[in-house]
Each structure stands twice: as C-alpha cells, then as structure tokens.
Design a protein around this ligand. Structure first.
Ligand code: KG4
Ligand code: ZN
Length: 322
C-alpha cells in the first residue's frame, strides 16, 4: 500500500519488483510462524492467474524452484477459485456449505457470479461489462482525493452520510439480467463532482499525510459524505439484486460472497437483513482480501484428486474460472 498508494492504484512494474523482494522472506516467515519447514510440506500451490503477469511469474518461478529442489508436486490455482474456497474453508468449521451455491466474487479486478456445483465445478452466470465493483470504489476515491485503496475509506465514511441523499440509478441491463455495470454510476459521480466547486476540499484531502478516518472526516463536508453514502448504497443494491436473482434462477442452497469488496461493512449488514432464498456466507474480513490461505484451501481439493501441474505451468493473466 505504501508503494502504490501515491499513484492511486497498483503499478504493475512496481508490484512485480515488490514480489521479487518479498517472496523469499515472506515464505520463510510464514513457515517459521506455523512452526513448520520445507521438510514437512506435501505440495506447493501457486496462483497461475488471473492477475498481473509480472507478479504471477515471480510466484510461479519460485514455486517451481521449490518443487524441483525438494521433489514436491506443484498445484496451479485460479485466483478466483481461491476467493470462493476462503469461504468454503471457514464454513467447514460449523458444517459444510450446501451445493449448488451461487458465488459472488467482488474485488478490484472482478465482479462475477458463478454457479458452484458438486465436485467444485463452475458455471459463469453473470459478470461486469465494464468496471469491477472494487475498481469503481477506487476510482471514485481517487477522483475525490482520498487514498488507495478507496473501498475501505468510503466504507468507513458512508455511515456518516445519508444514503438516500443522492438519487443514483441502478444499471439497466439489456441481454443477460445477471450482468453488472458500474461505469454509469462512476460517470454519475463524476458529473456530481463537476457540478460543484470541490477543488478546495479535494486538494486539502490530497495533502493529508497518513490520514486516519477522523482526518478524512474532518476534511469531508456533509454533501460529499451524503454522495459517498449514496454511491455505496447503489453499489450494494446492484450486487445484492443480481446475486438474489442468480440464487433464484439456479435454486441455490447457499450464497457465497467473497473478494476484497466482501469486507464492506455496508454490504455485510445489507446481506444480513435482506430476505434471501438461502443462507449467505462471507469470509472473515482477513480472508476477504487477497491472501495465501485461500490458495492453499483451493489447492487442497486438487491435492486430494491428485490433480497436479508440471514445470510447464504458465502465468495466465486472463485465466477464466468458467
Ligand atoms: O480481492 P482483492 O484484495 O484484490 C483483487 O483481487 O482485486 O480486492 C481489492 C479491492 C480493492 O478495489 C479495494 O478497494 C476493495 O477490494 N475493497 C473494498 C473494501 N475493502 C477492500 N471495497 C469496498 N469496501 C471495503 N471495505
Ligand atoms: Zn483477489
């Protein structure tokens, strides 16, 4: 965050350099904290895509090296499947999630709805036609002079505004009714900003050094707080509307909501009070944003199936889950 924050988003070249710098010490630290060593491992799992190719390559090369040196099997994991398995893993502590389920994966790069079937096979039900939900949060935050990532900041500011103050309209989808669109909302926010003289408050926020939420609040007048609350309400309505329709369409027995945006407090509260046709599962906040636990959880299914990769495994920036 410290590296990318000042650019208002992830810079691919800097990300791969950071991966290269961090990967060996991070793995060493993780093994140490878990009280284990390379000798105890049964396999190495690694993300093969989707994602930034430079960062994927660092992980894949390192994983292959360990497998080659230690004679361990290699498992390639789809990042999106990881987000889904973060929820499946945690739910197992109180009983398994019933299938078929609908999985809503909402992150900085994805807003996708999948049907999760027996044996963990997937069918794409709907997806965003333009921006991902997290991307919309980040772009709105950047436009208004807030830091990166924008999601957590807007989420914390939203309860201080009136979510009904600005009437944003939900995207009207032609064709697949389970698809999303966030570019219209983003443009509506841009227009709202352009119709006002916000240069002073935006500049004041941009100048803040390591601001706390109290600092953001001090430099954000009520009309802007109202707009942010209304933006967040509209995103949440859009997400839950299509998730509910998907659950009804396939007769889902569970709804899984995962990915960075799943840590949104407003989304969690709205999902709890909504009238869903089935139980709703979220990951704990720590497993909502990108993490390695979710990759291991998805890999464990493949490990039991004996579904291993070989050293020809490639980074696939646009790898699809279904
Ligand atoms: O899953 P993730 O960690 O990385 C990707 O695979 O993209 O998701 C990061 C995204 C960012 O766009 C960030 O702004 C958003 O998740 N995010 C949130 C919240 N926390 C993270 N969006 C809304 N509310 C949050 N509390
Ligand atoms: Zn992710």
């Amino acid at each position: 965050m410290a590296t990318h924050g000042k650019y208002g988003g992830v810079v691919p070249e800097l990300a791969s350099r950071e991966h290269l710098r961090a990967i060996v010490p991070v793995v060493r630290l993780a093994l140490g904290q878990a009280g284990t060593s390379f000798d105890d491992l049964a396999a190495i799992a690694v993300t093969e895509g989707p994602g930034l190719v430079g960062s994927l390559l660092v992980g894949i090369t390192y994983a292959k090296s360990i497998c080659f040196a230690r004679n361990l099997p290699l498992i390639g994991v789809n990042h999106i499947e990881g987000h889904i398995h973060a929820v499946i893993l945690e739910a197992q502590e109180t009983g398994a999630i019933e299938l078929p389920a609908v999985a809503l994966v909402v992150s900085g790069g994805h807003t996708h709805l999948f049907e999760v079937r027996e044996g963990y096979t997937y069918r794409l039900l709907g997806r965003t036609r333009d921006d991902a939900a997290g991307e919309a949060y980040d772009k709105v935050a950047k436009l208004l002079g807030f830091g990166y990532p924008g999601g957590p900041i807007i989420d914390q500011l939203a309860p201080h505004g009136d979510p009904r103050a600005v009437k944003f309209t939900l995207a009207h989808m032609k064709g697949n009714k389970l698809d999303f669109s966030f570019s219209g909302l983003k443009t509506a926010v841009l227009r709202w900003v352009q119709q006002r003289d916000l240069a002073g408050e935006i500049e004041a926020r941009r100048k803040l050094q390591n601001p706390s939420i109290e600092d953001w609040l001090r430099w954000t007048p009520k009309p802007t707080l109202d707009m942010l609350a209304s933006f967040q309400r509209t995103v949440i309505e859009e997400l839950l509307l299509r998730a509910t329709a998907s659950a009804e369409e396939i007769g889902a027995r569970a709804l899984i909501i995962s990915g960075g945006v799943a840590s949104n407090a407003g989304l969690r509260a709205a999902a709890r009070s909504a009238n869903f046709p089935c139980p709703v599962y979220f990951p704990s906040p720590a497993l909502s944003t990108d993490n390695a636990v979710m990759i291991a959880a998805a890999a464990f299914v493949k490990f039991r199936q004996g579904s291993f990769a070989d050293l020809t495994l490639r980074a696939q920036a646009n790898l699809a889950l279904a």
